[in-house]
Design a protein around this ligand. Structure first.
Ligand code: ZN
Length: 451
């Protein structure tokens, strides 16, 4: 009898302990305590409040556009809010919360348009509240595609941790403010960030563009004639300036691209004007360019060096000559004493890395197509080369730099001064760009494997 009671007590104690352990585990499960949104210059800001600093994982899905934020298994504790609701900031529609797998919690943000995260950070914790901030910007279909594919390729790495600062830095990050009423058009403030001396194009109505892009795509190609104004670029054997030759070539390329009826061209400069490299990048991004083409015709120490090369961005140069060339081109920004370090657009480093990897792949594909198209040009083909050209640093636009020839070589100089030759080379660039754009539109993922 006594033994029976002792056994009952032991069993009772065991269940009590089990109950405590379960309760403890539940209490310690992270919680999602709030989801808010607000407008900030050209970005829409999402703030997710949690009970603790959490690792996350990000995805973008298309048809319809969605931003997916995964957390380790967390509980939904948003006061008086169901697990789905509306968000007021322009680029967001609403949110949904769920658990695709027992160990994963998922917040899906329905986007109004092809918008991508550019900034992601944690605010310093305050009274036990932890806040993850994600700033989302509409940069067009190509930027969305690059971000979505880059994030998907990164999926194998699972959750990643963004550090949470302990103290707020000077110049604190503003929190969302309520959306002005009546509701502004979704992209009205998209070009709010002006760049000194650079005209700001009107915003592209993305919704309309998306609608038409499915039926008959009208891509935006950004054509950048190298140098200009107080920066003449290379000077030829007979005293011709690179800046004039690149401008003529750019106008020819613009004409050819527009003639396809499927491409809108934006030129970085139409006349003899000095522009910094980062202004060229910013203009291309503002215009939501699908492709960035910088045109150059440079000099070499040897007058024998000649031929056409297509360059893409790389930290490591393909050869010594490429490295020197990139260094010389990048010095252009120092004419005004500009800081080269600021060429990288402001994107959270982990995202910048993910986007740039994808952009580099795309840029290489474009370079390959161009070189193939150059096959029957009379000039020498020097191939696909790479180096750290600052002007190719757009994180979300496939970018190439075409060295059309060497002004220090008599034969190349003759070619570059010949309108007929420029037309030949630009016809081939156009063919390659159209083929690239047509091929770079495979359907985007619309479900995640775990959905
Ligand atoms: Zn140049």
């Amino acid at each position: 009898m006594r033994r029976g009671m002792a056994l009952a007590r032991i069993i009772g104690a065991f269940f009590l302990l089990l109950a405590c352990a379960v309760r403890l585990a539940v209490a310690e499960a992270p919680q999602i305590n709030g989801v808010r949104s607000g407008q900030l210059d050209d970005a829409s800001r999402l703030v997710i409040e949690t009970s603790q600093h959490l690792p996350i994982s990000l995805f973008l899905l298309a048809e319809p556009y969605r931003l997916v934020v995964d957390f380790p298994a967390s509980r939904w504790r948003v006061d008086a809010k169901a697990e789905a609701g509306k968000l007021s900031a322009p680029l967001f529609k609403g949110y949904r919360f769920g658990a695709p797998q027992p160990e994963t919690s998922r917040l899906v943000i329905d986007l109004d348009t092809a918008a991508v995260p550019e900034q992601i950070f944690w605010l310093p914790p305050q009274d036990g509240r932890h806040r993850l901030v994600i700033d989302v910007v509409a940069r067009g279909e190509t930027a969305f595609r690059i971000a979505a594919q880059g994030l998907l390729a990164n999926q194998k790495q699972g959750f990643f941790t963004i550090p949470e600062p302990t103290k707020r830095k000077a110049g604190a990050v503003p929190l969302p403010r309520p959306r002005p009423t009546p509701a502004a058009p979704a992209l009205a403030s998209n070009n709010a960030k002006a760049i000194k001396g650079v005209p700001i194009p009107p915003p592209r109505p993305l919704a309309a563009n998306n609608a038409t892009s499915r039926a008959s795509p009208r891509w935006v190609v950004f054509v950048d004639p190298g140098h200009g104004g107080k920066d003449p670029g290379a000077i030829s054997v007979n005293g011709h300036h690179e800046k004039d030759i690149t401008l003529k070539a750019a106008h020819e390329l613009a004409k050819q691209l527009e003639a396809t009826g499927r491409i809108k061209v934006v030129l970085s400069r139409r006349g003899d004007k000095y522009l910094r490299l980062r202004q060229r990048i910013a203009l291309a991004r503002m215009n939501r360019a699908d492709v960035f083409i910088s045109l150059h015709a440079d000099a070499a120490p040897s007058s024998k060096a000649r031929g056409v090369s297509v360059f893409t961005l790389s930290d490591k140069a393909s050869d010594k000559e490429a490295e020197l060339l990139a260094r010389r081109e990048n010095k252009v920004d120092l004419i005004d004493g500009a800081d080269l370090g600021s060429v990288d657009p402001e994107i959270t480093p982990v995202l910048l890395g993910i986007f740039q990897r994808e952009t580099k792949n795309q840029s290489s594909m474009l370079a390959g197509r161009m070189l193939m198209a150059f096959d029957d040009l009379p000039t020498r083909k020097r191939g696909h080369r790479f180096a750290g050209f600052a002007v190719l640093k757009s994180p979300d636009i496939p970018s190439v730099l075409v060295e059309m020839g060497f002004l220090t070589n008599k034969q190349d100089e003759r070619y570059l001064l010949d309108a007929n030759y420029r037309r030949q080379i630009m016809q081939r660039v156009t063919r390659a760009v159209v083929a690239f754009l047509e091929a770079s539109r495979p359907p985007l993922p619309n479900v995640l494997a775990t959905n």
